[in-house]
Design a binder for this molecule. Structure first.
Ligand code: AQP
Length: 333
């Protein structure tokens, strides 16, 4: 079975974007692949996180993943900071990656904002840690949202440079797996920005912890235009907010935007939004309730994460040790 790796930052409550672009696609892979999923707390601290909040959010993210259908028995689910191979290999990757490559990363530019000098060095080398996350498992498939495409290309460049510089065929090629009609869910306030768990405005996103009332309120207030829904996707050009809401309904009901448009052609957004609210609540409410149930028993959750870390380490530690040997580090005897 091919080995799959993916991760998610505990930098806030998981959003509908995380769910449709990533988590939901991970669930079926448990049965078809050797699946390794990680809550990437090391990545989260590349921007400031209040320590108490980070700890709470990390458990919450783990609970969300299980509530969405990841089964700690059928996949390896763990916290990144529990498996030291990630940081050990990341250091080597820091020394393989070139500054010129990192300078081209658009996520750094977006997240660092105007004052690049004030961004953390961690945020800058984030893609190197991400390369290490994947490569320390020799994973070949990485299911992610569309926003991560550039980082995966960089991970391949790093892997190839390592192989070339040390004259080995050690790290395999990584294939990004970017799936579904909602590979990029946009903000509810601005259809040109992606929906993000760390967006300062809670109104910009649907959280997996949102109940009926918050979902209804956020969708009713979501930005749209005054035109009715067209019958074809061509009628959504230059209407990013309208396209986003249609895409969300299509994804959540398991159909294509064309079918949504055929069914709702000519409707105004007032009526369409009510359909969307009902579909979102029906889909997300069981997840929200299951999350709450899991968080009620943190000891069981922690035990599951510990088991996951043991399993992850058994795969990652020997690969990392071999990489260190290739570089020329003496083993500790
Ligand atoms: N809006 C989105 N649409 C589709 N997929 C998305 N993903 C994130 N946002 C969207 C996918 O979710 C996975 C986990 O992402 P992450 O937590 O590692 O970091 P991120 O991509 O930076 O996500 P956020 O929500 O925007 O987090 P913050 O705000 O902390 O930066 C990835 O597979 C990602 O593609």
């Amino acid at each position: 079975q091919p080995r799959v790796f993916s991760g998610i930052q505990p930098s806030g409550v998981p959003t509908l974007g995380n769910y449709l672009g990533a988590i939901r696609n991970w669930v079926p892979m448990q049965d078809t692949h050797e699946a390794i999923f990680c809550v990437v707390d090391l990545h989260a601290i590349t921007v400031w996180q209040d320590p108490k909040e980070l700890a709470r959010q990390t458990r919450e993210m783990a609970a969300a993943l299980i509530a969405c259908g990841l089964d700690p028995k059928r996949c390896t689910l763990f916290l990144q900071s529990h498996v030291h191979a990630h940081t050990r290999l990341a250091w080597i990757m820091n020394c393989v990656a070139r500054l010129g490559w990192l300078n081209r990363m658009t996520q750094f530019k977006d997240k660092a904002g105007k004052d690049k000098e004030a961004a953390s060095a961690g945020l800058y080398v984030y893609p190197n840690l991400m390369a290490a996350d994947i490569l320390t498992y020799h994973a070949t498939l990485v299911p992610v949202g569309d926003d991560q495409r550039q980082h995966l290309e960089l991970a391949n460049d790093i892997a190839q440079k390592f192989n070339h510089d040390y004259g080995v065929e050690f790290f395999p090629r990584i294939e990004p797996l970017i799936q579904g009609v909602a590979a990029r869910v946009m903000s509810l306030r601005d259809g040109t920005k992606k929906m993000s768990k760390s967006d300062p405005s809670d109104q910009s996103r649907i959280n997996l912890t949102d109940d009926h009332d918050s979902i209804a309120q956020k969708i009713r207030k979501a930005r749209t235009d005054a035109e009715p829904l067209p019958g074809h996707a061509s009628g959504l050009e230059n209407r990013p907010e309208a396209r986003n809401l249609v895409g969300i309904l299509a994804a959540i009901t398991g159909t294509l935007p064309e079918n949504v448009l055929r069914e709702h052609e000519g409707k105004g957004f007032g009526a369409f939004k009510e359909v969307l609210v009902a579909a979102l609540v029906a889909h997300l409410d069981p997840i929200r309730k299951e999350m709450a149930r899991l968080l009620d028993d943190p000891a069981t959750l922690d035990a599951q994460l510990r088991l996951g870390a043991d399993r992850a380490e058994a795969v990652a530690a020997p690969i990392c040790a071999r990489a260190e040997e290739i570089v020329g580090f003496l083993p500790r005897r």
